[in-house]
Design a protein around this ligand. Sequence first.
Ligand SMILES: [Zn+2]
Length: 329
Amino acid sequence: MTFKATFLFLAAAGMVLGAAPSAHGFCRTMTGREPGDSDQTNRCSSWKEQEQNACCPYGKPLFWRNACVGFSLQKNASRQVSLSDAERVFKRAFGTWTATTCSLNGTPVGRVSMDVSYLGAVECNKVEFNDDAPNQNVIIFRDSGWTHLDPSATLGLTTVRYDTDTGEISGADMEINGAQSKPLSVSDAPPAGAVDLLSIATHEAGHFLGFAHSTVADATMYATYFGVGMRDLSPDDSTGICNVYKPDQNHGTGDGLVRASTCDPTPAHGYMTTCADNLSIEGGGCAVPPSRSDSSVLTAVWSVLSALSLLLLRRLRTARAVRRDIDGR
Ligand SMILES: [Zn+2]
């Protein structure tokens, strides 16, 4: 019997946890749960990397074992963005990560060992993961309302399903907030006042691949939107993807390196285009309460947010100035 402990973690008010932070750049999403933890609390759920200037240290880092992962788009896309434009944008966003060439001591050693392929448009418009049915890793535009936290300041949210013992990811879904006040742009040069979908997509793709927010202010994985500069990976993001999905086909886990599985982008338990509704976390609630059973398999759902607001943009400028000064950049 599968022990299913389901959590939904949304961005919460900053809470300083007790561990001594260490300076870092890119951060991986962590299980937030140590082996001896008796409850189901994710100790990283309220960790804010840019405020701590450190990655959350609890548990094991998340990773995909597969060499290939598939994603789909919800067929209706958005009132603001056609399906074909969305396909183009998200293919490019994932491709930005997976095309990264890694170097060792300045010498290129090859491309990262991860591909993300587009499997097509799907009917399902829910964030769900099915333990007993096929799945889809779907990207959904939320045009008619954002039911997660901070609807006016949030641009996207990626929900990753992973094993809380190992950190292995089994599924990921992405939601884009089309209901916030700033128009979504798919132009090469977004007009003033609009937000760049490709930047949002590239950031959320990093979450999809298992990364948390970076402490580096010009990184794509910085928590605060800063425009088209997020379309391309910073050296910090590139270091991150190369560190986890190594060119030699090994993927970095909390238990050492694991050889990537043969390329197969089929989602867990097969691919289907409709929802199965075994687990729906749409609306931000826990659909499956934690419960005890006799299995050692623990799975959990984790969500991460990226946010946009004028207040945050001002804070970003301050943070950048301070950090540039400290780093001498
Ligand atoms: Zn984010």
